[in-house]
Ligand binder design. Structure first.
Ligand code: TYD
Ligand code: MG
Length: 463
């Protein structure tokens, strides 16, 4: 008797299990296993007896290796993809529901259509009338984007293959798509994977660029589409804080370009507006003269970016003080706090610590250590930092300030925005400073002493 071939697939990571269980062995998530048909097994007559077909191997150097790119017409979008759409490439754009993915992609499709290319937008979530209404509100009503509300992948591929190949196809979203080739309910990992496979095959065959939209779950994982990440050429994540207008498009993976570039947009009543100079935006509502804020001169990809780092250090009423951080790495905060305690005589064990990167940006660079430390000490000592200074440098566990890359670019951007001073690692002494006054710091303890002294002086003269 044939055994049942049902498999239980984790909807979070895609791991397959032979029987149902409460916890996934793959990722440790609870209650994520769903019974799905055995899709992984290829079926059909003569499976075992099929003889291999011969194919030609090609040299690495050859014709057509330069990937022809098509700029979207939105420079911030192209910056993240690495210069536009590559023929036959597939992009996954992930983000929280409501963050603006559909808005962004209808704008991209419209920009391409206006440039005379065939752009198709397939919505599995909204009716054609809804998409049209939105496009009209965005002032894109005149763009010749071809719309459809469809979810059956076979129908979509057949329709797209019929007639002139589109340059861009937007599939919004991959979670709503389903294909006949696998036996599983729509929305399951198996369906998402099967649908993506069909669409990717179509892209490679036809040369059309395809954008798959994927919704992200609360904990930042692209649910379902996560299993698609390794199949696509690029994964872009569209992020932002709900309460802020800024939206950041970030490349998480990119086979055709860099992964550290970000594109900055602002959500307005007329859709997403590109922000060509993000530093101005992130510093626009600065809290001058209050303790606990430091401006960090950072680099995102190839572009310098100034942001304000805010800290609040307050006596705690809890046994274990709180350490909360928004927009930065929790582990780096713990490390900076440990160095302040161990090497700089700063006692934070009786204080709650909150750290926030203004504007809803998320920073990855270790170069932000120095600015974070300065903000923390400034808050603790009630000593406002000079309003015309920027900070950058990596803090090592010994308390020394390590050099960081691209000092000149950071200083240039700071100067452009009216700053006159920079607190920098010792190694940056003698850098071309472009008229900026440099204060090199060798050890974090020196900076802490300076800030505390400023605080004492200000209090003495102030009262
Ligand atoms: P949407 O693109 O539908 O998000 P997603 O596809 O990622 O789920 O964007 C929805 C939000 O964007 C909605 O809450 C309203 C806001 N929005 C604006 O503020 N201005 C606009 O012009 C548009 C179209 C949307
Ligand atoms: Mg949407």
């Amino acid at each position: 008797m044939a055994r049942s071939t049902a498999t239980y697939i984790c909807q979070n990571c895609g791991a397959a299990h032979g029987r149902w269980q409460g916890k996934c062995d793959g990722c440790g998530a609870w209650n994520t296993l769903v019974e799905e048909g055995d899709a992984a097994r290829p079926s059909g007559p003569g499976r075992a007896s099929r003889k291999g077909r011969l194919f030609a191997l090609e040299p690495l150097a050859g014709e057509g290796q330069e990937a022809p790119r098509l700029a979207s017409g939105l420079p911030e979008f192209d910056r993240v993809t690495g210069g536009g759409f590559v023929r036959g490439s597939v992009l996954l754009v992930g983000g929280d529901p409501g963050i603006g993915k559909s808005t962004l992609l209808i704008q991209v499709a419209a920009a391409l259509a206006r440039a005379g290319h065939r752009a198709v937008y397939i919505s599995g979530e909204e009716a054609v009338a809804q998409v049209r209404l939105r496009a009209e509100r965005l002032g894109l009503g005149d763009a010749a984007v071809e719309l459809a509300a469809e979810t059956a992948v076979e129908d979509i591929v057949a329709t797209l293959a019929d007639g002139k190949t589109p340059r861009l196809v937007v599939i919004d979203s991959i979670q709503t798509m389903w294909t006949d080739t696998v036996e599983a309910a729509p929305g399951t990992v198996t369906q998402v994977r099967g649908s993506a496979q069909s669409l990717i095959r179509f892209a490679k065959r036809s040369g059309a660029a395809i954008i798959l939209v994927g919704h992200v779950t609360k904990d930042g994982q692209i649910a379902g589409p996560r299993v698609v990440e390794h199949m696509v050429d690029a994964v872009l994540s569209f992020e932002g804080e709900g309460s802020h207008q800024f939206r950041i498009l970030r490349a998480v993976k990119n086979r055709f370009g860099p992964t550290d570039e970000i594109g900055v947009f602002e959500m307005t009543g007329e859709g997403l507006r590109e922000v060509a100079n993000p530093s101005e935006l992130f510093l626009s509502e600065r809290d001058l003269g209050s303790p606990g804020t430091a401006v960090f001169a950072g680099i995102e990809g190839t572009r310098p970016l100034l942001v304000e780092i805010q800290a609040l250090v307050a006596p705690t009423s809890l046994g274990t003080p709180r350490r909360a951080v928004v927009g930065w790495d929790q582990n780096r905060l713990s490390m900076v706090i440990a160095v302040l305690e161990a090497h700089c005589g700063v006692r934070l064990s009786g204080h709650d610590v909150y750290l926030n990167v203004a504007g809803g940006l998320r920073i990855m660079e270790p170069a932000a250590d120095l600015a974070a430390a300065a903000a923390l000490v400034s808050s603790l000592a009630h000593a406002p930092l000079p309003a015309d200074a920027v900070y950058f440098g990596e803090v090592s566990l010994s308390g020394a300030i390590r050099p960081v890359a691209q000092t000149a670019a950071r200083l240039k951007e700071a100067k452009k925005l009216g700053f006159t001073r920079a607190i920098v690692p010792e190694a940056a002494r003698g850098e071309v400073s472009d008229g900026m006054a440099l204060t090199p710091v060798a050890m974090l303890a020196n900076l802490v002493a300076d800030i505390v002294e400023r605080g004492t002086k200000a209090r003495r003269t102030g009262t």
